[in-house]
Design a protein around this ligand. Sequence first.
Ligand code: ZN
Length: 502
Amino acid sequence: MPLTLYNTLTRRVEPFEPIAAPLVTLYSCGPTVYNYAHIGNFRTFLFVDLLRRWLEASGYNVFHIMNLTDVDDRLIRTAADRGVGIDELVIPYIDAFFEDRDYLKIVPAHAYPRATGFIEPMVRLVSQLLFNGTAYRSDDGSVYFSIDRFPAYGRLSQLDKRELRTGASGRISDDEYGKDNAQDFVLWKAARPEDEKAGAAWDAPFGRGRPGWHLECSAMALEMIGHRYGGKVLDIHTGGVDLIFPHHEDEIAQSCAYTGEALFARYWLHGEFLNIRGSKMSKRFGNVTTPRDLRQDGIEAAAIRLLVFQTHYRQQLDLTDEGLTAAREGARRLGEFADRFEGAAQGKGGPDSPWTGPAARLEADFRAALDDDLNAPRGVGAVFDFAREANRLLDDGVAPTAAAKAAWDLADRVLAVAHRAQARAEIAASADDADRSELDSDPPTDPVARLRWGTRWASRRAAAKRTRDFQAADGIRARLTSHQFEIRDRRDGSAELVDRRA
Ligand SMILES: [Zn+2]
């Protein structure tokens, strides 16, 4: 059975056929780096990780791009509040994002383009849209996309024009400078004094300004696949379900109006929400858990991966304490099995070996599950079934066959949900090293390294508060204050770090 994937564009599970197999171009909307990405964002990134690993295990040659949004309204506001430029604001959060990615054992993308590094292709894209009449300049110097000039608008989100109007006016109030039509979206925003101050304004033939959020993804994706492969259409585009409208709808409109192609991506895959104890996970609701919180609580990456993969990516996932405890137990059991199984010497074992059945079942069930629109919960079930049968054979002293080793290796490589004893020792050692070398000394003088130092202390303070160790939290605050950092607690439980020296 070939790989099948649910395509939001057609609302169907379809056989996966890339444009130029075995090459697969994959673009994933990444984080906006003015804060720590929360575990809800990382659920989406883990789903992408599963997709990426399964494509590669299936023999595809994947080129994976994930963007980092380092210029947008909220980011500029945050930079202004802290009195820093956008570059200084984002660098510690980009570092933190990569740390969290590595902690969760997410395979790195091949490219992490930053929006501010791709202004030229964005200007080229907007110029072309102005030239072919799908974009227009408003009185204040901003440039908008005219959705009336793009008949396919709304195809991905399947909203009719009336619904689009409500959605558009509710969502993007920041962008309303002077549009012809309430549904039109901004491609390029005329520069304001606060943009100049934050270093977020660039020259363009149509006026000085900065890119709109939607524009970033189209320009970077097209530039990178065009430059590398001469392509104009992505094989797969991923994101969270909250990005279907307007973000992905707008990406399609401007990309297709630019390239003249009917599609921007052939397959659109969307991951569902993560809820924390029932309420939707979002910074806006003040219900924030980040991977670094979980790491500081000593939670194993394998347990988080197991918890996430036990629910299909198109179903909402509730993160509860009980669920996490069960996942930790499961990851530990699989880790113990992995240590034992991988340590066992391989036997010759012909087709009549008692390993033949379990190995063939794992291989077949795992492949069938993942080929069925990445059905990881079923894949996880096959892994636990195998571990149970295999433990019995190991108890009986029967040496595993090469086929059994290979079947386990495939599942383990794709899921990475077994927490081995070795990993536990490494985690403990590396956490100790990082603490001692970086945090116990005074902050570095370089402003970016200094901010990173302050940010690390602030997250330790957050961890202390969560475990109700208020004495430690107060001690950290005093230490930060003595180095001219101010920490402002918000009502939602999060805290903002301000560098007084900057
Ligand atoms: Zn995007």
